[in-house]
Write a protein that binds this ligand. Structure first.
Ligand code: GTB
Length: 218
């Protein structure tokens, strides 16, 4: 039985890679694991069957036999722990790669999400533009600190890992709506390297196919 993930039936970005099933698809492609997709509407996401899988009524979820997971960090870590390709063998290197996953989700993503919330839902308030500037002032130091760590390296800590998968995914979210990443050339190049990976491209094509009619409802 193939694992099943859930994804938006109708993503607001029309499959441009921003909805978070993209991270899970990318991880599945990196480890060479075929999967099925069940598309869900916004209404279905709030119904008991989906809430039993995801208490917060979101996507993506991951089902594999009698295991059901939610939260992209947990799903990607689960895949990385059980398949070769996303975590190093060496115990310390493995722990550092997992640290980078948490850094992406807990340190870099929050100010980026905060900016997205302001941009999408608060931009028309009188204080919207000022708040947008404040969120950007919180993103900039994170980008320059990350850039200083990366330096001329290809990936964050040796070989490509689940830490890079998560960090690139988070930075892509910023790049979609802001030119800020272009001010940090080594990070822009780092993101481009992630996007150039064959596994990323397959995942992106599969997500887009939902909206171009090339994929059937799972
Ligand atoms: N922490 C959770 C995780 O990492 O799994 C967050 C999951 C999450 O935010 N899911 C979003 C969701 O289900 C989809 S990805 N939202 C519906 C809801 O909460 O009711 C966020 C997202 C959605 C759409 C776009 N877009 O179209 O541009 C971008 C990102």
């Amino acid at each position: 039985m193939l694992p099943i993930i859930t994804a938006f039936e109708n993503s607001p970005d029309r499959g441009a890679g921003l909805a978070r099933d993209m991270r899970v698809r990318w991880a599945l492609e990196e480890v060479g694991r075929p999967y099925d997709v069940r598309l869900v509407s916004f209404k279905e996401m709030q119904e008991p069957a989906h809430l039993a899988l995801h208490p917060f009524g979101q996507i993506p979820t991951y089902e594999e036999g009698d295991l059901a997971l939610f939260e992209t960090g947990s799903i990607v870590l689960h895949l990385a722990r059980h398949h070769a390709g996303l975590l190093p063998e060496d115990a310390n290197a493995r722990a550092r790669a997992i640290t980078w996953m948490f850094a992406a989700l807990d340190t870099v993503e929050p100010p980026i999400l905060d900016r997205e919330t302001t941009r999408l839902f608060e931009g028309d308030r009188s204080w919207g533009p000022e708040r947008l500037r404040l969120t950007e002032a919180r993103i900039r130091p994170r980008l320059s600190q990350l850039s200083a760590h990366l330096g001329d390296a290809v990936w964050l800590d040796g070989a490509f890992s689940a830490g890079d998968l998560m960090m690139v995914s988070v930075l892509l979210r910023l790049r979609h709506s802001s030119p800020m990443l272009n001010d940090v050339p080594n990070l822009a190049a780092y993101v481009a390297r992630g996007e150039a990976r064959p596994a990323y491209k397959r995942a992106f094509a599969a997500q887009l196919a939902v909206f171009t009619g090339k994929a059937s409802r799972g």
